[in-house]
Design a protein around this ligand. Structure first.
Ligand code: AMP
Ligand code: MN
Ligand code: ZN
Length: 818
């Protein structure tokens, strides 16, 4: 650095020397200083004393106002202030920066001045950087070639990570450790990450501590296509197996064990708190080899309790990555490199599911899901200190607070948001991570004592914490599922109401972002942050450059695919411009037909119209069913492919690669499912054709009474519990209901979908698309269509046909037509 500085100064002085030749003659590099070090020393001294002096001035808010009431002080301050501003302005001008404050208003002018200083600092520092690089022989015009791997962590101090005024007189800042180009750990994973738009299937294939064995479909790795039987028979075997084990496939593997877990007597009695060892005297091991992991597991199996925590990264991955696991026993601390040992972590299930060993976590909700998602790990006998803190009604329930309260340890959570993928792990991050579990067993003792004291040694409160903890360990990981309605969930949370064009843009961008994020294994926030998506949707830029202008900084994938995005925005701009009233479409959802009038309908997007129509059709069809028909329908219902229930929506987009990769589970599933769904669709077709004929018959009768035209209003009345599967729900809820089919009663409209197959194109079953399709196309935008929709709503006409093979749609319809 020193030599760089010298070279830099030599360089700049050479430039100076053109005008001031006599300095060179004096042998001085800077006027008045014998070398650059002397100049820097002097400069730093001056800056230091100026800083000290300014810090010594009366503080704004307290003494300052008092001092200012003296005219002498006021004059002095103003003249000094003006002098300083003039000086700063000259420096800015010297560097070619904007230096004039346009706004003379005292308050806003100050803000603008501050911005000027920040801008100028950037310019000056950038220039210094360029000159230093040049002096070092680095040509800045070329894109730097970044070496793969670790770069020293950089500290970013920004307004968002500045501690609030409550935390002491001086404003402290959090340090955000991040590395610019960490190698993507995903590249080293043995098992490919499955971002496909399909439900999560538990990863477990060996089940230690089982009281109920793992179903054969989980343990057997033998696939029917490997059997020595004809292909058709293999498919049949597959089908049989799936139908038998579909419940098991998605179930919580330790549901039975957890349901039958009772809290041991000794865990409900008052312990003698065992003091933690000072961290400095505690043995620490960083575990990144299978051998060490096995040894750790053996050690843990001999204990009666240990503490666990995880660190996670979510920005550069679609589903998120568990980067570290911290484990503390009473004697030792361990940190496991879970990026390195990702596919071996499952061996810890031996200790983690042993009901005689207590696993202490703090706030385990996410941890339980991450353990399942990344490692297939489950926890039997969990104690969550966060739940204990709630039961005790402590002032705050964070780990920092418990550490302060029980251990008098001042921790700060400044590394919580660090990039935990960094390797080798910097010492300060190791220290932080250790702190998260080191004290936890002692805290566990303390809260148990307090929970018992609270209740005069009655175990009720303590038992409730054990129960709550068990509920958390029963949580199942739910993968984010994209449906055609997902965008409405997000849009609903935004403040602004959008018109039809803006809403369409939002929908298209949302689909683009989801698809790309899954494909590139990036978070949706990395691909296109929601606020930028909002801005693009609101502004609907005409040019690709306008899209870029909506983003600051421009996300790399937006820059790369700006033309694609431009087409999406263009497609949205082609929509008829209508205002969508938020309270109708957003608040009550597109299915609340009780609030729909003709004018409202014209405001709805075609997708939303489609939902309304389906709902009305369903209701109409139900009304026209006789008891016998209802029975018949129930029987038909019982033929339904059981696998369907496990699919969150018929609109699910299945990642193509996963679907066609014969080694993937999705491949197996989709193959079986395809066969069954064709069969099922044919059955449905027949049943519905019949129902339709019946309905027509009844409609004919009704028209005779002249009632059908008036019945429109009635039909739009809402029936309790009707929301059913048609309402857009957060994907989690959707998944939950899909995973527990035995518990949810089938609502009438779930079981009867009166699609008119007679008019639909049966070629969809043969995999060919028809040209003159009468299928509903949400991209088709004509008023005539909307009018037809409305007419249909009013008259109860059920002859509109809908896409038969909707499951085939995915979100292709969201893509611009080329
Ligand atoms: P902790 O249990 O506090 O160690 O947190 C575990 C992980 O959760 C961290 O590594 C972060 O990835 C994530 N996390 C915790 N708190 C936050 C937060 N406030 N915002 C975002 N992520 C968080
Ligand atoms: Mn945690
Ligand atoms: Zn942690």
């Amino acid at each position: 650095m020193k030599s760089t500085k010298n070279r830099y100064s030599a360089n700049s002085c050479r430039q100076d020397s053109n005008s001031e030749t006599n300095e060179e003659e004096n042998g001085e590099l800077c006027p008045g200083f014998k070398d650059v070090d002397a100049f820097v020393k002097y400069g730093l001294g001056a800056v230091l004393s100026a800083t000290k002096a300014s810090a010594g001035l009366p503080q704004a808010g307290d003494e300052y106002d008092f001092y200012r009431s003296f005219p002498g002080f006021q004059e002095f301050c103003e003249s000094q202030g003006d002098g300083l501003l003039h000086c700063m302005s000259q420096i800015m001008q010297h560097h070619g920066c904007r230096s004039h404050v346009r706004d003379q208003n005292k308050l806003t002018g100050l803000e603008e001045r501050f911005d000027l200083v920040v801008d100028s600092n950037d310019v000056i520092l950038e220039r210094a950087g360029i000159l230093l690089d040049e002096a070092d022989g680095v040509n800045r015009n070329q894109q730097p070639v970044m070496p793969a791997g670790f770069q020293p962590p950089k500290i970013v101090v920004s307004s968002w990570n500045r501690k609030g005024p409550g935390s002491g007189s001086r404003s402290e800042t959090f340090r955000l450790l991040h590395a610019k180009n960490v190698t993507r750990p995903q590249l080293k994973f043995k098992e490919r990450i499955d971002n496909s738009n399909t439900p999560f299937i538990p990863k477990i294939f060996i089940k230690p501590n089982a009281r109920k064995p793992l179903p054969a479909c989980k343990t057997s790795r033998e696939r029917p296509e490997d059997l020595d039987v004809p292909a058709a028979l293999a498919d049949l075997i597959h089908q049989q197996r799936t139908q038998e084990h579909v419940d098991d496939m998605f179930a919580h593997p330790y549901q039975y064990e957890l349901d039958h877990l009772s809290t041991q007597e000794k865990l409900l009695s008052k312990p003698e708190p065992q003091m933690y060892k000072p961290m400095a005297e505690t043995k620490f091991s960083f575990i990144d080899s299978l051998e060490d992991l096995v040894a750790l597991n053996e050690k843990l199996c001999k204990l009666s309790e240990f503490a666990v925590d995880l660190e996670h990264h979510s920005y550069r991955s679609f589903l998120g990555l568990t980067c570290l696991m911290q484990i503390s026993t009473r004697e030792e601390d361990f940190i496991i490199d879970t990026l390195e040992l990702r596919s071996e972590m499952y061996i810890l299930n031996e200790a983690f599911t042993d009901p005689s060993i207590v696993k202490v976590f703090h706030g385990a909700d996410s941890d339980i899901e991450w353990l399942q998602r990344d490692f297939g790990l489950y926890v039997v006998n969990l104690f969550d200190t966060h739940q204990a803190s709630r039961a005790l009604n402590l002032a705050r329930h964070s780990l920092d607070h418990l550490l302060k309260h029980f251990c008098s340890v001042d921790s700060d959570k400044r590394y919580q948001l660090a990039d935990w993928r960094i390797r080798p792990l910097p010492d300060e991050m190791v220290q932080y991570a250790r702190t998260d579990t080191h004290y936890l067993l002692y805290i566990y003792d303390c809260v148990k004592v307090q929970l018992l004291d609270f209740n005069h040694s009655q175990p009720g409160l303590l038992q409730s914490v054990w129960n709550k903890s068990k509920d958390i360990s029963l949580k199942k990981y739910v993968k984010p599922i994209y449906t055609e309605e997902s965008y409405l969930e997000l849009q609903r949370k935004q403040k602004k109401s959008l018109n039809t064009q803006q809403l369409t843009a939002f929908r298209l961008l949302f689909a683009w972002r989801d698809k790309l994020a899954r494909q590139e294994d990036e978070s949706t926030g990395f691909v296109l942050p929601t606020h930028m998506m909002n801005k693009i949707s609101e502004e609907l830029p005409k040019e690709p450059q306008g899209i870029i202008a909506c983003c600051n900084p421009v996300p790399p994938l937006v820059r790369q695919q700006v033309n694609e995005l431009h087409l999406l925005v263009q497609q949205a701009r082609e929509m008829p411009l209508l205002k969508v009233r938020k309270h109708e479409v957003m608040l009550f959802g597109p299915h609340d037909t009780s609030r729909v009038s003709e004018s409202d309908l014209l405001h709805l997007s075609p997708g939303e119209l489609c939902f309304i129509l389906k709902e009305v059709e369903t209701k109409d069809a139900q009304k026209s069913l006789s008891v016998a028909q209802m029975k018949a329908r129930q029987i038909t219902e019982s033929f339904q492919n059981p696998f369907r229930m496990y699919l969150p929506s018929k609109d699910v987009h299945v990642n193509k690669n996963a679907k066609f990769d014969p080694s993937s589970k999705i491949f197996e599933i989709s193959k079986r499912w395809k066969l069954q769904s064709i069969e099922q669709q044919q059955k449905e077709m027949e049943a519905k054709k019949k129902a339709k004929e019946e309905a027509k018959e009844q409609a004919r009768k009704a028209t005779g009474n002249g009632e059908s035209a008036k019945s429109g209003g009635k039909k739009r009345e809402r029936v309790d519990g009707e929301v059913g599967e048609l309402t857009p729900k957060p994907s989690k809820k959707l998944m939950k209901s899909a995973e527990k089919p035995q518990k949810t009663e089938a609502t009438p409209q779930e079981s009867f979908k009166p699609f008119d197959y007679s008019q639909s194109d049966l070629k969809v079953f043969a995999g060919t698309k028809s040209k003159d399709s009468t299928q509903f196309d949400p991209n088709r935008q004509d008023e005539g269509f909307k009018k037809k929709v409305f007419a249909c709503l009013i008259s109860g006409n059920r002859s509109m046909s809908f896409l038969a093979g909707k499951s085939d749609r995915g979100f292709r319809h969201n893509w611009p037509k080329r």
